[in-house]
Design a protein around this ligand. Structure first.
Ligand SMILES: NC(=O)C1=CN([C@@H]2O[C@H](COP(=O)(O)OP(=O)(O)OC[C@H]3O[C@@H](n4cnc5c(N)ncnc54)[C@H](OP(=O)(O)O)[C@@H]3O)[C@@H](O)[C@H]2O)C=CC1
Ligand SMILES: O=C(O)[C@@H]1CCC=N1
Length: 279
């Protein structure tokens, strides 16, 4: 399988590093282009055998699968550039939620999928959220899932739910890291505990908690009840959080969805000159 990447920023380069590191792909199977070409050259230096190409069209030609790792407002320009070199047997994969499967199928005469990754995939952990376009066959889906399985648990989802599941899977690591950072800051400020020590302890705690909630088979409710000794200390902390957080996560989901709706509208206007309905 030959795989092209258009865009090697945070997520494009993470996917390439992890596909290579996990043994899913050899560098010689990968061709990459990027707006700032020098970054593609630097990536090729890091992975001898990987081919850096100066144009997005060159990242499409002769590839079986092409990942578009660019931001929503960059799609119009890239789709216009690659439209006439894409062939029907090729699979183009977007990693961006506000560009719809239907819009991609409209723009390109090939197979289309959307795969929303997560920074956790860098550790060959977490899920990749998969949406398959109408032109994909069962064999295409099996092949794509096979590739993604090296770095994640591929999870088919309905495009209608892509925002909220992306919040959990892809925004979630930043949200959890933010909460952990605030927990660490408070421990340091309130007690003078050395920051490095607090960071190691808190990070190991988060890893173990994740393992209990996955391999350990515990639900979040069960985990809390095992830790909150009746009449004990943790219960005091949970009661405080319960009062103070109130509807904060509901508000968080409303905020991400409002931004998503705004992006959908901007993408639609950039592609068609007008807004069309979401999934
Ligand atoms: N970061 C994350 O955790 C996740 C991100 N995503 C999605 O992935 C997408 C990309 O995010 P991320 O990697 O973080 O963003 P970055 O800004 O880090 O990367 C975007 C890359 O696209 C390149 N680019 C822009 N325009 C073009 C063009 N016309 N041709 C070729 N390359 C171009 C940029 O090049 P240049 O070097 O010139 O800037 C840059 O390297 C976003 O839509 C995001 O929503 C999805 C899941 C998780
Ligand atoms: O912040 C963003 O827009 C992207 C979407 C998912 C994770 N990062």
């Amino acid at each position: 399988m030959n795989v092209g990447f258009i865009g090697i920023g945070s997520m494009g380069s993470l996917l390439i590093d992890t596909f290579i590191g996990s043994g899913a792909l050899k560098p010689s199977q990968i061709t990459a282009s990027n707006r700032t070409y020098s970054k593609a050259i630097a990536l090729a230096d890091r992975h001898p055998g990987l081919q850096a190409v100066p144009s997005n069209r060159d990242a499409v030609i002769d590839q079986d699968v092409i990942f578009l790792c660019i931001k929503p407002m960059e799609f119009k320009a890239v789709l216009d550039q690659i439209r006439d070199v894409v062939l029907p047997h090729q699979l183009v994969i977007s990693i961006t939620s506000p560009v719809l499967l239907e819009q991609l199928e409209d723009a390109l005469n090939c197979k289309i999928a959307k795969v929303i990754p997560s920074i956790t995939n860098n550790m060959c952990s977490g899920v990749t959220l998969c949406m398959y376009g109408n032109r994909m066959t069962d064999a295409d889906i099996i092949r794509l899932n096979g590739l993604l399985s090296y770095i994640s648990e591929p999870l088919p989802i309905d495009e209608q739910h892509q925002r909220v599941v992306s919040d959990l899977s892809s925004c979630g690591p930043a949200i959890m890291a933010f909460l952990l950072q605030r927990f660490i800051d408070a421990a340091v400020e309130e007690t003078g505990l050395p920051r490095d020590q607090a960071r190691v302890i808190a990070s190991e705690m988060l890893l173990g908690t994740g393992q209990l909630l996955t391999a350990g088979g515990m639900t979040p409710e069960e985990l809390q009840s095992r830790v909150c000794v009746p009449g004990g200390i943790t219960a005091q902390a949970i009661a405080l959080l319960n009062n103070e957080l109130d509807c904060v996560f509901n508000r968080l989901i409303r905020v991400t969805h409002a931004k998503y709706e705004e992006d959908l509208e901007r993408v639609s206007v950039s592609l068609y000159g007008k807004e069309v309905n979401g999934p």
